[in-house]
Design a protein around this ligand. Structure first.
Ligand code: PMV
Length: 358
């Protein structure tokens, strides 16, 4: 892969780059990793549209050479010193590919479209946006930022900041992690999902119910580590490959009953891994379970194929086809919003990936 980055140089002594990168929600979950953010199993995600990070990078060649990075970071125009160690770790991991990082002063300004303390992780979208901004420093013409090669490199770099961040470059579906059923799949970067998708998945909806706004009881770094000696790890990793294969057929046929079954099983398996690790973690809250029960009742009663998925926290993502958006949203307002912290929810849908901001 280092070949892909061969001879990358900056094209200007100073400048500004600015990108918007989306959040994503995994249908088949990545949980467990090896060195250098290599995933232990393949994953597949929906790229979101409304939940995104916008990052602007101001760079200027330094007058003196130094062996540390020079980074100022602002979130919503407020200086945030505590984000800098994470960015430095990211820079350490990508310096082999972008060897100019210590030669510049960087000012990074970031905002998220979703509330900061909503419990929605901003690291995937934030790292993806930053990777795009840094990579743009190396292009000779803006057209290059529109190429598959550029996106692939950006995804490769984003992976080194936040694993799932490599799925936050393109859309509407992204697959990451080498797996036999997708021939050009890679552990090194996410790829736009390469196979046919049934029209029922166009504009698929994701309503995120904010059950708990606080930070998670277990960081994803610790969570991935828990898979290292997990008694069920081997079976889980094998299952993820099988689920990708099944999902390919489901996405092609539009079999929504099979979709619901697989997506919910993936979400519960992710939590089952945490429930059975040592130490173990219960990341769902009573209201998470209350919502899950209501969703299953509503589905049984109406036949509307709404289903839930979860990330490593208490919030619930509700997925449903665009044609069922009105009935599903009615149900959410009437029966589910009461279980959300401060009645908070975010309506989103499939998105097309990152955008360069002028
Ligand atoms: O990218 P990380 O290290 O924050 O891990 C994300 C893991 C899950 O969100 C739980 C699953 C996934 O595939 O996004």
């Amino acid at each position: 892969m280092i070949e892909l980055f061969k001879d990358l140089k900056t094209t200007s002594d100073q400048g500004i780059t600015s990108w918007e990168a989306p959040s994503n929600i995994a249908l088949v979950k990545y949980w467990g990793k090896f060195k250098d953010q290599i995933p232990a199993n393949p994953s597949l995600s929906f790229t979101l549209s409304n939940c995104h990070s916008k990052t602007t990078l101001n760079y200027r060649l330094r007058s003196e050479v130094s062996d540390d990075y020079s980074i100022d970071f602002y979130l919503d125009d407020e200086p945030k010193e505590d984000f800098i160690p994470k960015i430095k770790t990211f820079f350490d991991r990508i310096e082999a590919y972008l060897p100019f990082l210590k030669s510049y002063d960087f000012e990074i300004r970031s905002t998220n479209s979703f509330p900061h303390s909503s419990g929605i992780a901003s690291s995937a979208s934030g790292m993806a946006a930053l990777a795009l901004c840094l990579l743009e420093m190396t292009v000779k013409s803006i057209e290059e930022t529109n190429s598959e090669d550029f996106y692939q490199k950006a995804s490769f770099l984003a992976r080194l900041g936040s694993g799932s961040g490599c799925r936050s470059i393109e859309g509407p579906l992204v697959q990451w992690g080498s797996t036999p059923s997708i021939s050009n799949s890679s552990d090194l970067f996410g790829i736009p999902y390469p196979t046919d998708i049934h029209p029922v998945f166009e504009n698929y909806q994701d309503c995120i119910l904010i059950v708990h706004k606080g930070s998670k009881a277990v960081s994803s770094t610790v969570g991935h580590q828990l898979m290292e000696n997990h008694p069920f790890a081997k079976q889980r990793f094998a299952q993820a490959h099988q689920h990708i294969e099944k999902l390919i057929a489901i996405l092609q046929s539009g079999d929504l009953n099979a979709f619901v079954e697989l997506v919910e099983l993936e979400a519960l398996t992710l939590h089952a891994m945490m429930l059975t690790s040592n130490p173990n973690f219960i990341l769902m809250k009573p209201n998470t379970l209350a919502i899950i029960e209501k969703v299953r009742e509503f589905r049984a009663h109406t036949g509307i194929p709404i289903c839930f998925t979860l990330d490593a926290g208490a919030n619930v993502h509700l997925l449903y086809p665009h044609k069922d958006a009105i009935a599903s949203f009615d149900f959410i307002l009437k029966d589910l919003v009461a279980y959300c912290e401060n009645q908070q929810y975010i309506c989103d849908q499939l998105g097309m990936g990152a955008k360069r901001l002028s």
